[in-house]
Design a protein around this ligand. Structure first.
Ligand code: ATP
Ligand code: MG
Length: 552
């Protein structure tokens, strides 16, 4: 959107840095851990990091944070790349933190040589106890006083695989009394005899996050390293390591994590939903993942617009998913092709219409003056929506009822003359007559009707299946509820309308097409659709039916 927004706090910092000459151009990075698919929180970070370097003419690196050998998978790497591209962004370099393992090892040796790191043989429990508490300083152990030579030898042996997992760690020698617990001799390296998806079995020691992230930033000359708020206490260590190693001074800035209501956004929880089959994979259209939203029909434009509107903040808050849906409606209203689909068919026979039928014209998109028209077959047997008829209508019911008239979209006005029922009183069919001179665009009938309904010609209609998606969770703030988050799953989050009838034009639908089914909402073809069985997903309803619910 082109409306003017004020600068966010990171843009202010960057403008100052550029104005003061601290930098001539900026470099950011997006550092996903390849242990899951990207979600809306990541989208927010992507729009921020890539958006900044677009705006200020720098570049962004994609850096896979793959320092943990056991969790990463190539499937995740491939999907993360596809999602970023789909969102409309491109990186300058594709890097992997694991590419820096040798360099990081040398950095560790530098610290040892400066007397700023030591090998500790204590167990994890012992280290935790000796670290003290926020109100109690930590205590020194005998390993802290090891000589530089001994540390160098031991660290070399750690790398060579002489020790078992957990037998030793490398720690920075900082300050066991620091008020910042992360500065109390943090662990830099641990032993883990595990296969890595890129380095194979070359390493059995792996750097901790704090000893990989800032150093990788520095190696890549990242100017503004943007992360989420939980890393605020890590910044002191980030700066200490860069200073002691005397390497390129990248700077860390923090913004608040973005979370949406009625969903969960941690990869750990999303993985559980996938593994426990609550959803049909990472790209299930109910998932807040980028691939799920894409499959549901959300557009990259709408997601970027949403991320721009919520901006960035210094405090955590829950963002209303209604705003995302608003952005999606805004965009789809402009681009979606209008089509007619009857979800719950009721047969209508037009008794005074004879012949093989005719073709009527309907506009593809009233919001797009170049959208053009399409031909729709009209015959004497049509389906209308069962809910568009009432046998005993209340006052102010303007759709079809015995003796009452309604307009068929882009076609004629019909009047209901007779209701055909089975022995149990179920309505099977309506017998109607049409007004021959009431055709849309050339109506000279003079009839006054207050309502227009959608319809399809029975002999031309194609059966389709429709997935109606709703919120995945019943409660607004899932992580604040007691017990297991899975207890709050909305069991009606998917309803399948198996026997809907669509106008023929929809047989040419492709995955890229976006549709508005008149009076129904926005839809797109599902990737499991085939020519034998067309399947459409509801992206979003036409109006925010939840707004009232939320206001209660
Ligand atoms: P999760 O908790 O979902 O597993 P993560 O932070 O572990 O997320 P990473 O793959 O490490 O996931 O994140 C890559 C980048 O995306 C990081 O810079 C991280 O700060 C950012 N990010 C992750 N989740 C959010 C969020 N909800 N809002 C904003 N940024 C996020
Ligand atoms: Mg992470």
């Amino acid at each position: 959107m082109s409306e003017v927004r004020s600068l966010n706090f990171i843009e202010e910092i960057i403008e100052n840095d550029l104005a003061s000459g601290k930098y001539n151009s900026i470099v950011t990075r997006f550092p996903p851990e390849p242990n899951g698919y990207l979600h809306m929180g990541h989208a927010s970070s992507i729009c921020l990091n890539f958006g900044l370097t677009k705006k200020y003419q720098g570049y962004t690196n994609l850096r896979f944070d793959d320092t943990n050998p056991t969790t990463e998978e190539t499937e995740y790497v491939d999907n993360i790349k596809a999602d970023i591209k789909w969102l409309g962004f491109d990186w300058k370099n594709e890097y992997y933190a694991s590419d820096y393992f040798e360099q990081l090892y040398q950095f560790a040796v530098t610290l040892i040589n400066k007397g700023l790191a030591y090998v500790d043989d204590s167990s994890a429990e012992q280290i935790a106890i000796e670290k003290g508490t926020p109100t109690q300083p930590g205590v020194t152990n005998q390993f802290r006083e090891r000589s530089i030579d001994e540390n160098l030898t031991l660290f070399t042996e750690m790398r060579a695989g002489k020790f078992a997992d957990g037998e030793k760690v490398l720690r920075a020698k900082i300050d066991l009394a620091s008020t910042n617990m992360l500065m109390r001799d943090p662990i830099l390296y641990r032993i883990k005899h595990a296969h890595h998806h890129r380095t194979g079995d070359a390493w059995c020691i792996y750097p901790m996050y704090d000893f990989a992230h800032g150093q990788s930033d520095s190696i890549e000359n990242i100017t503004h390293s943007i992360c989420t708020l939980e890393f605020v206490p890590h910044r002191e260590l980030y700066d200490w390591l860069i200073e002691k190693l005397e390497i390129y001074p990248s700077h860390q800035y923090e913004f608040a994590r973005r979370n949406l209501n009625y969903t969960v956004m941690s990869k750990r929880k999303l993985l559980q939903l996938v593994n426990d089959k609550f959803v049909d994979g990472w790209d299930d259209p109910r998932m807040p993942t980028i691939s799920g939203m894409r499959r549901r029909g959300y557009t990259a434009d709408a997601i970027r617009d949403f991320c721009g509107r919520i901006g960035i903040a210094k405090r955590e808050n829950l963002v209303d998913i209604g705003l995302l849906e608003f952005c999606v409606r805004e965009h789809l209203n402009k681009i979606a092709q209008r089509r007619m689909v009857v979800f719950d068919p009721l047969k209508v026979t037009i008794t005074n219409y004879s012949g093989d039928g005719e073709t009527v014209q309907s506009e593809n998109n009233p919001e797009d003056e170049n959208g053009g028209n399409r031909d729709i077959p009209f015959t004497n047997e049509i389906y209308i929506e069962r809910e568009d008829f009432m046998e005993i209508p209340p006052k102010k019911y303007f759709r079809l009822a015995p003796g009452q008239m309604v307009r068929l979209k882009s076609a004629f006005i019909i009047q209901c003359d007779e209701v055909v029922k089975d022995n149990d009183g179920n309505i099977l069919e309506l017998k109607c007559t049409y007004l021959p001179n009431s055709k849309s665009g050339s109506d000279t009938s003079g009839a006054q009707v207050k309502s227009t309904i959608h319809w399809v010609s029975i002999k031309d209609a194609v059966p389709v299946e429709i997935n109606l998606y709703d919120r995945l969770f019943k409660v607004e703030n899932v992580s604040e509820e007691d017990g297991d988050f899975k207890d709050y799953i909305n069991e009606n989050s998917l309803q399948i309308q198996a026997t809907a009838y669509a106008e023929k034009a929809l047989t040419s639908a492709t995955l890229a097409d976006r549709y508005q089914f008149l009076r129904k909402g926005y839809f797109c073809l599902d990737k499991d659709s085939s020519t034998d069985k067309l399947i459409f997903n509801r992206t979003v309803t036409l109006k925010d039916s939840w707004a009232k619910e939320r206001a209660k």
